[in-house]
Design a protein around this ligand. Structure first.
Ligand code: NDP
Length: 386
């Protein structure tokens, strides 16, 4: 009999968090739960803590500490609150950490988990975009294992294992194209919040749904892929694939293309990050190829989706430019969600900030945090002035 692996889940109340809870609840023979965290959603955090039998529940917003204590009264679940408590939760002993906080806010806890040298299932792509090579250097230094949770990167990871780097010709990162794949630029000017949140294939949190609509999500994934896989930037291509059945592909030097396919259900890549190198049963809908009928592929349109161009530029120029791209995007997406700017203003704002702030060499994690804070201030000031 093998012993259970202990798991901590950061961002347990979100879309990835809920899918992770679902898997953990169906495999209680294999996993037990150490710490779980949320930002403000006390009720969902307390429910997940009781359902999972977690040892500890942490709420990032310190003002919700009392509410969390009340919600977990009578249980023996430890309670903590605040940013430092999130880091301490990542330092608690667990075999696996699922990093599913949204945005750069996840960086400090994720780094704390990496520094324990454990397995980190990374959904929180913004951390890798922001901190890039500094984060992967920490992974190597502390002997941690980074397993991608993003469906595209999980697909690549699954077909890349045991393959030698010099045999890879291309990575083909698939993109659904989002809800506005066929819209004209003129029509995209008046996109509403509700339209942008309605992704055709995936049910996700608000921020990644907007990123998918602007295709900034694919831009962030391009940068993420470059940090995770040993392929030069020019050999990572984005292919629009509206059905979201092929989750990504790797082309080898002999012309073979290996792909991973599945229904658009995040439980599959999350389960793989938990069970790797083994596999566990997931109740995801199975593909019915006769019903699907055909799979389509097309090139992305960089004019209608400038975020793709900006992300590639950030990757090519490097330094702090990806940190700037990410921070400006987070602030602009928030402004769009609050009906303060239009849909096309999101990428315009990111481009303005990339030009205004300009990049410098990235040498320390401290600089990542400083740059992120600076970009957020500058972007907020800019948006307040327009
Ligand atoms: P959600 O918005 O659904 O959930 C975000 C989670 O992070 C919630 O638990 C939220 O807590 C918590 N959180 C938000 N802000 C903070 C903060 N400042 N400090 C601490 N915790 C915080 O996001 P998703 O689950 O959709 O996405 C999470 C990450 O996974 C993102 O990086 C996304 O890009 C990535 N991802 C998501 C996919 C998906 O299908 N959803 C697919 C692939 C990647 P609370 O609920 O209390 O606000």
């Amino acid at each position: 009999m093998t012993s259970k692996k202990s798991v901590s889940v950061f961002g347990v109340t979100g879309s990835i968090g809920a899918s992770t809870v679902d898997i953990l609840k169906s495999h209680t023979d294999k996993y037990c739960v150490e710490a779980i965290t949320a930002h403000r959603n006390v009720d969902a955090l307390a429910k997940a803590a009781r359902d999972l039998g977690a040892k500890c529940a942490v709420i990032g917003d310190a003002s919700r500490y009392g509410a969390l204590c009340d919600a977990l009264a009578g249980s023996d679940i430890e309670v903590a609150a605040g940013e430092e408590a999130l880091i301490e939760a990542a330092e608690r002993p667990s075999d696996i950490v699922i990093a599913a906080i949204v945005g750069a806010a996840g960086l400090k806890p994720t780094l704390a988990a990496i520094r324990r040298g454990v397995r980190v299932g990374l959904a929180n792509k913004e951390t890798l975009v922001c901190a890039g090579a500094l984060m992967t250097a920490e992974v190597v230094k502390h002997g941690a294992t980074l397993i991608p949770v993003d469906s595209e990167h999980s697909a690549i990871f699954q077909v890349l294992e045991d393959r030698k780097d010099d045999r890879i010709d291309r990575i083909l990162l698939t993109a659904s194209g989002g809800p506005f794949r066929e819209w004209s630029l003129a029509d995209m000017k008046s996109v509403t919040r509700a339209q942008a949140l309605a992704h055709p294939n995936w049910e996700m949190g608000a921020k990644i749904s907007i990123d998918s609509a602007t295709m900034m999500n694919k831009g962030l994934e391009l940068i993420e892929a470059w940090h995770l896989f040993p392929v030069p930037e020019g050999r990572i291509e984005i292919v629009v694939h509206p059905q979201s059945v092929v989750h990504s592909m790797v082309e080898y030097c002999d012309g073979s293309v290996l792909a991973q396919l599945g229904s658009p259900d995040m439980r599959t890549p999350i389960a793989y990050a938990l069970s790797w190198p083994d596999r566990i049963k997931v109740d995801a809908p199975r593909l019915d190829f006769a019903t699907i009928g055909g799979l389509n592929f097309q090139s992305p349109d960089l004019e209608r989706f400038p975020a793709l161009r900006l992300a590639r530029q950030a990757l090519q120029e490097g330094g702090t430019l990806p940190t700037i791209l990410n921070g400006a995007n987070e602030v602009a997406v928030e402004a769009f969600l609050n009906d303060r700017i239009g849909f096309l203003d999101i990428a315009n704002t990111v481009e303005k900030m990339m030009t205004k702030i300009g990049s410098s060499a990235l040498t320390s994690l401290e600089q990542v945090f400083e740059t992120d804070a600076l970009v957020r201030r500058e972007t907020a000031n800019y948006l307040a002035s327009v």
